[in-house]
Design a protein around this ligand. Structure first.
Ligand code: HEM
Length: 177
């Protein structure tokens, strides 16, 4: 997992819950590098899970909820770091439906070595998309947070539901009018 995800998570924790909480979860997660990450480096996914699990204990918030909140924050951070990524899109559904063929391939150039999920667009109409999420990481709540962050960025609201189709998660997103 890219160091960027770790540095953003720790910055989010410091800003919202203070340095003490950030230090505490780093200690509790027993990381190999004592919590020093570089944006461009790659670190075991397991370490991210340990950090999020320590944060969950500390704040008494369920892990999926934390991943969703962090995903929403992460979208605005990713776009402010890379504003060009949003330029060609006029709505959140527009952007989300092109994650796999435009956004993430660009991400791969910007952050070499990124281990990205696969998204397959199943259906697209003006106010609705159906998209399959395929990843062994199973970060569904993080994906939902990113989608919510995208909607917020375009001043829109999305109704998001999900269902399991074997090992694939099928998301249905409907634009709230
Ligand atoms: C709403 C749109 C997006 C969705 C639904 C989405 C979804 C995801 C998910 C679920 C992951 C976790 C990895 C996995 O599940 O296997 C991920 C990773 C990532 N995404 Fe996206 N993403 C979106 C937009 C973006 C944008 C705009 C950027 C801009 C830079 C971005 C950059 C990244 C990066 C850097 C990673 C980490 C890769 C790694 O750790 O190796 N994503 N994305």
């Amino acid at each position: 997992m890219k160091g960027l995800v770790f540095t953003e998570l720790l910055e989010y924790v410091e800003e919202n819950f203070g340095f003490d909480v950030a230090d505490k979860i780093i200690e509790e997660a027993k990381l190999a590098n004592n919590g020093s990450f570089t944006q461009a480096g790659n670190y075991p996914f397991e370490e991210l899970l340990r950090l999020v699990s320590a944060l969950s204990k500390e704040l008494n918030i369920e892990i999926p909820k934390l991943l969703e909140i962090f995903g929403e924050y992460m979208f605005s951070r990713l776009i402010s770091l890379n504003p060009q990524l949003k330029e060609n899109f006029s709505s959140s559904l527009d952007l989300i439906s092109r994650v796999d063929d435009i956004i993430h391939p660009e991400v791969q150039k910007l952050y070499p070595g990124a281990d990205l999920p696969k998204f397959n667009l199943v259906h697209r109409s003006e106010n609705k998309i159906v998209i399959d999420y395929i990843s062994s990481k199973h970060l569904e709540p993080f994906a939902i947070g990113l989608m919510r962050g995208s909607a917020k960025n375009f001043n829109e609201k999305l109704i998001i539901s999900q269902e399991k189709v074997e090992d694939i998660t099928r998301f249905t997103l409907v634009l709230e009018k």
